[in-house]
Design a protein around this ligand. Structure first.
Ligand code: KG4
Ligand code: ZN
Length: 355
């Protein structure tokens, strides 16, 4: 079967045409993967403005659609199912994509499946590249699994007892981890999106140069629950930044040292809480999901921490290109939820959708 995945929940207008060879061991082939990113536009404002993003989606959707079909050499008549992100996300952006999806679904008399964006981030962990380019196979995952979902809007610990059965066991009480990266990057004048900018500055820091001796808090790290809180971390960064002399604020070394400490404080909390959740729930697998999982240092330190916990625990994280928002994960989630396909009339947006 062939699925067209559509993603517009935030600042990416993305579509993927995905061919799936059905069966016990399905094989997934990406026929096209078109992304129109709005990063440059939002960089000017230091964050995503929903109505500006909506306007861009409206402009980009017909072009991305045309390119996705052309590149896949697949006419719309060959598409079997439309998979569309219906939440969570920015409401005006979600509606733009959903309305576009409904229109093509109605016009071409196709079934449609509404995809939960967070579930899509999680499910991408079930796909592993094969030797062939753009081809993936489904892997077997041992349960129970604990998934750390870390994106711009979410920080959650999810217990997965079996395939597609989720239980949120912890979540952020205020800012998400990605939001913390974005907001602290803005304080430091690094621009948007903050995660990659902070990571790039942090990687330039050298241990021998710690003259700024910055020590940020690790909020809630030793509390017995699995919840997070990152807004205090952001406030601490702001206080430190404000008390610095102008020459320090402008110094590359200060920005690098602060970026390193921000990144490490977030990593420490995420790893500590996830390992605790995994131990308490006898998890056989630990996985990461969402945009922050693109952070290389997080991945490296997580792998080490999981190995230290137990050689037997499996650690999974998405390929970097599919960590941040993409339409491939939406098409994949559409496939795994194909039994929920429905008529375009029934699809609604829910900006606060939970898994
Ligand atoms: O999942 P995602 O692409 O969009 C949402 O669903 O929110 O996640 C975006 C978030 C942003 O906050 C961005 O700063 C963060 O992921 N991010 C990173 C990195 N790449 C993206 N955070 C840390 N390190 C990165 N390399
Ligand atoms: Zn996302």
């Amino acid at each position: 079967m062939i699925i067209l995945g559509i993603e517009t929940s935030c600042d990416e207008t993305a579509m993927t045409v995905l061919k799936i060879k059905n069966g016990k061991n399905p094989v997934f082939s990406i026929l096209s993967n078109i992304v129109s990113s709005q990063i440059e536009l939002h960089q000017k404002y230091g964050g995503v403005y929903p109505f500006l993003a909506k306007r861009e989606h409206q402009k980009n959707l017909p072009l991305v659609f045309k390119q996705a079909l052309q590149k896949a050499k697949t006419p719309i008549s060959k598409i079997d199912l439309i998979a569309i992100t219906s939440g969570p996300g920015l409401e005006p952006c979600l509606w733009t994509g959903v309305n576009f999806g409904k229109e093509i679904t109605e016009k071409n008399n196709l079934p449609i499946v509404a995809v939960n964006h967070i579930e899509a981030h999680i499910l991408i962990n079930w796909l592993q590249s094969t030797d062939k380019k753009n081809q993936f196979k489904k892997i077997k995952i041992n349960f129970p699994a604990v998934c750390l979902v870390v994106s711009g809007g979410h920080s959650q610990l999810v217990l997965i007892e079996k395939f597609k059965k989720y239980k949120i066991i912890g979540e952020t009480r205020d800012d998400a981890a990605g939001e913390c990266f974005d907001k602290t990057a803005r304080i430091l004048g690094l621009g948007y999106p903050g995660g990659p900018k902070i990571a790039a500055e942090a990687s330039k820091f050298s241990d021998s140069d710690n003259r700024f001796s910055i020590k940020l808090p690790r909020p809630m790290i030793y509390q017995k629950n699995y919840d997070f809180s990152f807004s205090g971390l952001k406030t601490s960064v702001l206080y430190d930044f404000k008390k610095r002399k102008l020459s320090e604020k402008k110094s590359k070394k200060y920005i690098q040292a602060m970026s390193k400490e921000i990144e490490q404080a977030i990593i420490d909390v995420l790893i500590h809480k996830t390992i605790k959740a995994a131990k308490d729930n006898n998890a056989k697998t630990i996985m990461l999901a969402g945009g922050v999982s693109a952070n290389k240092e997080l991945g490296r330190q997580f792998k080490k921490a999981v190995q230290k916990k137990s050689e037997k625990t499996c650690f999974l994280k998405p390929n970097i290109e599919f960590s941040t928002d993409n339409a491939f994960m939406v098409a994949v989630a559409g496939y795994f939820n194909k039994n929920k396909k429905t008529s375009w009339k029934k699809v609604k947006v829910n900006a606060n959708l939970k898994i």
